[in-house]
Design a protein around this ligand. Structure first.
Ligand SMILES: O=P(O)(O)OC[C@H]1O[C@H](OP(=O)(O)OP(=O)(O)O)[C@H](O)[C@@H]1O
Ligand SMILES: O=c1cc[nH]c(=O)[nH]1
Ligand SMILES: [Mg+2]
Length: 211
C-alpha cells in the first residue's frame, strides 16, 4: 500500500511560493527551506511510538510521554543539509548519518560519493531528508541502502516531489512513507521538476551552474 502524505497547509503554501520564486535570494531560500522542513517534520513524526512516564510538576504528580524509538536523520548531500537543523530541533536525540549523491547531468542517474553508515546497529526509524524528489532515482538508492543497514521504518521528507517520482517510490517500496509539501505534475527534458524551483542545492548554497 502506498503511503504518501501531502502537507496541505496554508503556511506550507506560503513558504513554497517563496521557494519557487526565482527572485528569492539564497538567505531567504535557506530560511524557507528550514521552515518547510519543520512543518513537514511535525507531520512525518506524528505517529512515533512513545512510552508513558511519571513525573512530578511543581504542583502534582502526572503522566507524561517520552519518544520510545531510536531515530536516524539521513540528509542526502548536498541539498538535504538545508533540512537538518529543524529536524534536530524537533528530535535533539536523533543521530545524523550523511549520504552523498549527485545526479549525472546526462543520464539523471544518481552517483554515490559519501557513505559512512555503520555495518550494524540500525535505528528503528530513518528520516530521509531531500528537498527534491524528481525521478526518484536518488531516493531509490538511499532506501535500498537503509534497508541493507536494517532500518524497518523509513520515512522520506521532501519539499517538492514529482508525480512520477512519487509513483516510482510507492510502487517499488510500498512500506516507505513519503511526506511531501507538494506534488508537481511533470519533469522536463533534463529531469527537473516542473514547475519546481530549479536546483535546490545550488539555490541553498548559492552555487549557480553556468550552462
Ligand atoms: O529524484 P532524482 O531524479 O534522483 O533527483 C533528486 C536529486 O537531485 C538533487 O540533487 P543534485 O544531484 O542536484 O545534488 P546536490 O544536492 O549536490 O545539488 C536533489 O537534491 C536530489 O538529491
Ligand atoms: O527539479 C529538480 C530536480 C532535481 N534536483 C533539483 O534540485 N531540482
Ligand atoms: Mg543540485
Amino acid at each position: 500500500m502506498s503511503q504518501v502524505s501531502v502537507v496541505d497547509h496554508p503556511v506550507v503554501a506560503h513558504h513554497l511560493t517563496l521557494l519557487r520564486d526565482e527572485r528569492t535570494r539564497p538567505s531567504e531560500f535557506r530560511a524557507a527551506v528550514r521552515r518547510l522542513a519543520m512543518l513537514i517534520g511535525v507531520y512525518a513524526t506524528a505517529d512515533l511510538k512513545t512510552r508513558s512516564v511519571s513525573i512530578q510538576t511543581p504542583i502534582t504528580e502526572t503522566e507524561g510521554a517520552c519518544l520510545d524509538v531510536s531515530i536516524s536523520i539521513v540528509p542526502i548531500l548536498r541539498a538535504g543539509l538545508g533540512m537538518v537543523d529543524p529536524l534536530l530541533d524537533l528530535l535533539p536525540d536523533a543521530s545524523v548519518w550523511h549520504l552523498g549523491l549527485y545526479r549525472n547531468e546526462e543520464t539523471a542517474e544518481p552517483v554515490g560519493y559519501y557513505d559512512k553508515l555503520p555495518c550494524n546497529g540500525a535505528s528503528d526509524v530513518a528520516l530521509v531528508l531531500d528537498p527534491m524528489l524528481a525521478t526518484g532515482g536518488s531516493i531509490d538508492l538511499v532506501v535500498r541502502r537503509l534497508q541493507e543497514w536494517g532500518v524497518r521504518d523509513i520515512r522520506v521528507l521532501s519539499i517538492i516531489a514529482s508525480q512520477v517520482g512519487i509513483d516510482r517510490v510507492a510502487r517499488d517500496f510500498p512500506d516507505v512513507k513519503l511526506h511531501v509539501g507538494v506534488i508537481d505534475p511533470s519533469l522536463n527534458e533534463q529531469s527537473y521538476i516542473v514547475p519546481g524551483l530549479g536546483d535546490a542545492g545550488d539555490r541553498i548554497f548559492d552555487t549557480p551552474q553556468s550552462s
